[in-house]
Design a binder for this molecule. Structure first.
Ligand SMILES: Cc1cc2nc3c(=O)[nH]c(=O)nc-3n(C[C@H](O)[C@H](O)[C@H](O)COP(=O)(O)OP(=O)(O)OC[C@H]3O[C@@H](n4cnc5c(N)ncnc54)[C@H](O)[C@@H]3O)c2cc1C
Length: 398
């Protein structure tokens, strides 16, 4: 079969490699001057491509994806990487190539595709696809060609500077294929506390809760990054999906931060006891060993408490407020850093419009794979797993 893959991202490569193994004639059309631009940025340039912890709670879709996220399929992903010769290093369950550079993953994908005879054409932006009997006419800015099958692997609309600017969504709309509402996910959150400039640059281990209209939605633990616009870090990213959707629907979105998750007892009793065996310390000195001083100043500034005051000289109200801020600081979320900065999008092409190999039910010989689909994952290699798995499955279709 003569097949075109639109988009040279990880999903496109997984589909191309799978198809070329079955002796199909595969052409990959990529609009950038090189392939896999987004992949190079993943995992801070190290490419976190898989995770040891695999269960359905790590993946999200409007459709039921229990049948997709199953051992048999995840084994296909692991085999795919093994066949490419990737040697992993696993840190806290997160898989990276042992070289710890994403360019190793890129060259493994590109070399395998070349080995199998995939024709990779860069600087070829597909601008339209037309129906032509059972075939599809693919139109780029510079040429037109008929194909027996087309697989659309053009990604989402997040991080558009890497090339993903929503072509797949536009195509779906043109063919009357339903989309699930698209929102930024795994994204930084904007806050409006007034102390952001003071806490900027701090990274600290916290427990965080997402509250929607004051109801608990999800909890996470990990490193938070406090920035001049708000909050970031993996634990925040993993809460951002629901927050992004909630904000769009005008819900009240709040993050509650516990800056002292290791204090298991009542915090005020803990500080009172500490004040006995560390007497005559001011608040800064009392908290010095466990709280970044910039964070302490920011919290004191917000509460109008002098950080140089002795603990004993604080009013009982101030002590209570101080403990509350450390234990459960409520931060209203006023926005996200949007599609430009989001690692993935939630939503996309509705799975109800596709068969189990992601072929469009309404249009013959048109398939989709990767982030363009209504499937997204948490931080930790789950999104590349989706890209590779859906690419393999699309490529397996007869
Ligand atoms: C900063 C950052 C860090 C990330 N880190 C991780 C991580 O560590 N682990 C993880 O699992 N996930 C990570 N992700 C998410 C992951 O990169 C994506 O989920 C994945 O790249 C999606 O693969 P894809 O092939 O579907 O789409 P993409 O990688 O977006 O590839 C789509 C390709 O299609 C091309 N294209 C688009 N339109 C056209 C057109 N009309 N014609 C021709 N070509 C076109 C684009 O130029 C692009 O090359 C990260 C994302 C970002 C932005």
């Amino acid at each position: 079969m003569k097949i075109a893959i639109i988009g040279g991202g990880p999903a496109g490569f997984a589909a191309a490699i799978t198809l070329a193994k079955q002796n199909n004639k595969v052409t990959m059309l990529e609009k950038n001057s090189d392939v896999l631009k987004k992949l190079l940025l993943t995992g801070n340039g190290k490419c976190n491509y898989f995770n040891n912890t695999q269960n359905i709670t790590k993946y999200h879709s409007n459709s039921n994806i229990d049948n997709l996220i199953k051992k048999e399929n995840l084994d296909k992903v692991i085999n795919f990487w093994n066949e490419l010769g990737i040697i992993p290093i696993v840190k806290n369950g997160y898989f990276y190539p042992f070289s710890e550079t994403s360019s190793s993953i890129k060259s493994a994908l590109v070399n395998k595709a070349y080995d199998l005879g995939v024709d990779i054409k860069c600087n070829e932006e597909v601008i339209d696809i037309l129906l032509n009997g059972k075939q599809l006419l693919v139109i780029t800015k510079s040429y037109q060609e008929l194909y027996d099958k087309v697989i659309v692997a053009t990604g989402s609309v997040c991080y558009p500077k890497t090339g993903s600017t929503g072509f797949g969504y536009d195509l779906a709309k043109k063919f009357n294929i339903d989309l699930v509402d698209i929102n930024p996910s795994l994204v930084q959150l904007n806050t409006n506390l007034g102390i952001e400039k003071l806490w900027k640059g701090i990274r600290t281990h916290v427990k965080v809760k997402h509250l929607e209209n004051d109801q608990l939605i999800k909890e996470e633990e990990g490193e938070i990054q406090l920035t001049d616009y708000g909050i970031s870090g993996i634990c925040i990213f993993n809460l951002s999906r629901n927050i992004s959707i909630g904000l769009k629907n005008n819900q009240k979105e709040t993050i509650e931060i516990n800056f002292v998750p290791w204090v298991l007892s009542d915090l005020q009793s803990f500080l009172e006891e500490r004040n006995v065996y560390l007497p005559n310390r001011n608040i800064t000195q009392l908290c010095d060993a466990f709280l970044n001083y910039k964070l302490l100043y920011a919290i004191c500034n917000k509460l109008n408490i002098d950080p140089n005051k002795n603990w004993n000289d604080l009013s009982s109200t101030d002590k209570k407020l101080f403990c509350q801020s450390l234990r459960a600081m409520k931060v209203d979320i006023v926005g996200t850093k949007g599609f430009d900065n989001a690692q993935v999008c939630s939503g996309g092409i509705a799975l109800s419009e596709l068969d189990e190999k992601f072929a469009a039910k309404k249009i013959d010989n048109l398939q989709f794979c990767g982030e363009v689909l209504d499937i997204d994952g948490d931080c930790g290699g789950y999104n590349l797993t989706i890209a590779i798995l859906t690419g393999i499955l699309a490529g397996e279709a007869r």
